[in-house]
Write a protein that binds this ligand. Structure first.
Ligand code: UDP
Ligand code: MG
Length: 324
């Protein structure tokens, strides 16, 4: 194995305004630390000046390495690529907008040295707007209730993982990745480390609403069968109700033979109600089926445009044929 002690993975999507500060702060923390490190920036198809800046950093400092995608593949895929390429004994994942301050890295290393394979960051306080905070908080609690895996509350992707976890993650072939879920699923000794999550340093949020919904669904669908099972409970409940209702109708037919044409409202309500539930459940099936379809297609997770400072594994993307 290589001598690199720590790899830092940073996904970057149009972060030209943040990058100079991010780079400086990372170097300020890493240079005095006295161990061999690598910073792997994953350029997730940026269309601004991010890539030229990264090329400069690499030319200045060969510990800086770059993986550049052929287009935007998304944050979770970018992290996955970073994990594929990282060679360190420990690997730290941070966001590229300085929300996870680089100064927290030594604390994570200290915990890892105590023997934890996974040290995940817990957001002490979210400096986001109220609606977003409510949304996140409800989501994480719902996920915890529904999921078969114990995914810690309020933990994001910021974490430090041991080489053992890295190797195992590289063997997990699934698409539609929810990295924090996969990490929790692996087990071993895991611990949360609370840290103050800053505001985004500059630029706009890169997670669009649609991307966020997709990530949320990936979390629930990859780690819970509950949505599939709702239809069983609903079907059971509705069947019982309809038996009781049919019984009532038959009895009523004999008691009040003159009321035979009544019941239009109940029929319409019944049809629309059942129609709604059926469509909803078909939608749930669709979410699972589309993800199964993604798995079956077995496309590579990402396509690389170029790499800098890394052995080019473009021809044989290692996440394409896991285990080979
Ligand atoms: N990001 C990415 N690809 C995307 C969206 C985001 O690589 O398609 C990166 C982005 O550059 C940032 C990190 O993922 O480093 C987190 O994104 P952002 O800050 O926009 O989202 P947040 O999680 O803070 O809402
Ligand atoms: Mg952010």
């Amino acid at each position: 194995m290589s001598e690199i002690f720590l790899s830092i993975i940073v996904p970057i999507y149009n972060e030209q305004d943040v990058l100079p500060h991010l780079y400086q702060r990372l170097i300020n923390v890493l240079e005095p630390a006295g161990f061999l490190y690598e910073v792997i920036f994953i350029d997730d198809g940026s269309r601004d000046q991010s890539l030229p800046l990264l090329v400069n950093y690499h030319n200045d400092n060969h510990n800086v390495k770059v993986v550049s995608f052929s287009r935007n593949f998304g944050h979770q895929v970018a992290i996955t690529a970073g994990i594929n390429y990282a060679q360190g004994k420990a690997v730290m994942i941070i966001d590229g907008d300085l929300q996870d301050p680089p100064e927290i890295i030594p604390e994570f290393i200290a915990m890892w040295k105590q023997g934890y394979e996974v040290v995940y960051g817990i957001r002490k306080k979210r400096k986001e707007n109220f609606v977003k905070k409510m949304f996140y908080s409800t989501y994480y609690r719902l996920l915890k209730k529904l999921s078969n895996t114990d995914i810690p509350l309020d933990s994001g992707d910021c974490c430090l993982i041991d080489r053992r976890i890295v190797d195992l993650m590289n063997k997990m072939p699934e698409r539609n990745r929810f990295v924090r879920g996969l990490r929790a699923w692996l087990g071993f000794k895991q611990i949360g480390l609370a840290y103050e999550r800053d505001r985004r340093f500059a630029g706009k949020v890169k997670y669009s609403f649609i991307k966020l919904i997709k990530l949320g669904l990936d979390g629930i669908i990859s780690f819970s069968y509950f949505p599939l099972k709702i239809s069983v409970f609903l079907g059971f409940f509705i069947s019982i109700s309809s038996v009781i209702y049919s019984f009532y109708i038959v009895v009523n037919r004999f008691i009040h033979p003159e009321q035979r044409i009544l019941g239009w409202a109940s029929i319409v309500v019944g049809i629309t109600f059942l129609g709604g539930i059926q469509l909803l459940m078909m939608g749930v099936l669709g979410e699972y089926v589309s993800r199964i379809f993604d798995e079956v297609k077995n496309r590579p997770h990402y396509v690389i445009g170029c790499t800098l400072g890394l052995e080019d594994r473009n021809a044989q993307n290692i996440s394409y044929h896991p285990g080979v």
